[in-house]
Ligand binder design. Structure first.
Ligand code: SF4
Length: 272
């Protein structure tokens, strides 16, 4: 691995949370911390791009190690318990299991997805925290006169996912995602490390260079827990009402918001 010992990207940004603090304290503090990270300067953006290039030939474990060394404990990860997220969790368990990992629990997830949270905790000792919208599904549907995913899925995702991630992002400097470049044309240009303007965080994608085959090889080789729906024709799993099994030969994300023009929930897209 290339030795990367750059100066901090944001030298005015210091962690207020000690590594020795218990995890429960870390979680309780998250919602109360003011946003600390200023928008990066041109030089800082260039530094991120340089780091990303240097990390291109590194393994996911090396990339995660780099991210932990540079940002922990101000590093977080969102997971929907997809195969990529489960693989990253298996790596984090060996590198730094105290990284704060959360799931955006919209209230519409499959039971199989929720069950996987327990299996991950048993296997790796990592308890993925649920982060939920302010309104329950019942309250939300009452306010909107029914399920918003039927009439305006973009607004539904904005309320039940994006808004929640904005809330969680406060107090962190960087987040990791499991997206891969080969998942869709939209994700083809994903850098290993970049500035996520939407959430005001550095974004690290340790599996950007991996293929679906790489991910499943790791799952098979190490018996990593995965969502049982994958064995029933669901290569990509989101909320229950917006996910269907795919047919032979279809794109792996064809079952997401099927029948609409929507292809992303907005977590991994930019607004400009
Ligand atoms: Fe709503 Fe569907 Fe988006 Fe889930 S995936 S937040 S149900 S629109």
């Amino acid at each position: 691995m290339t030795i990367l010992t750059p100066p901090l990207i944001f030298p005015n940004m210091t962690s207020k949370i000690s590594d020795a603090q218990p995890r429960s304290t870390l979680q309780a503090d998250r919602g109360q911390l003011p946003r600390q990270v200023p928008a990066p300067s041109h030089e800082e953006l260039e530094d991120l791009a340089r780091q990303s290039r240097l990390l291109e030939n590194c393994t996911p474990e090396e990339i995660i190690t780099w991210a932990v060394e540079r940002y922990y404990p101000q590093l977080t990860m969102a997971t929907a318990f997809g195969p990529e997220g489960c693989v990253i969790l298996s790596m984090l368990a060996k590198i730094q299991p105290r990284v704060y990992v959360f799931n955006l629990d919209t209230g519409y997830q499959f039971q199989e997805t929720l069950d996987l949270r327990d299996r991950i905790a048993e296997r790796y000792g990592i308890v993925v925290d649920y982060q939920r919208p302010e309104l329950t599904v019942e309250q939300f549907e009452r306010v909107h006169g029914g399920p918003l995913y039927k009439t305006s899925p973009d607004r539904c995702c904005a309320e039940r996912k994006i808004k929640v991630l904005h809330r969680v992002a406060r107090g962190f400097d960087a987040w990791m995602s499991g997206i891969r470049r080969d998942q869709s044309p939209h994700r083809a240009g994903t850098p290993i490390v970049g500035w996520d303007k939407k959430f005001g965080l550095v974004k690290v994608s340790p599996l950007a260079n991996w293929t679906k085959k790489d991910v499943w090889k790791r799952i098979t080789d190490e018996n990593v827990p995965y969502n049982s729906l994958h064995d029933r024709g669901y290569p990509s799993i989101g909320c229950r009402p917006c996910t269907r099994a795919v047919l032979f030969g279809e794109d792996e994300r064809a079952g997401r918001w099927s029948g609409t023009a929507k292809t992303e929930c907005g977590l991994h897209t930019t607004d400009d």
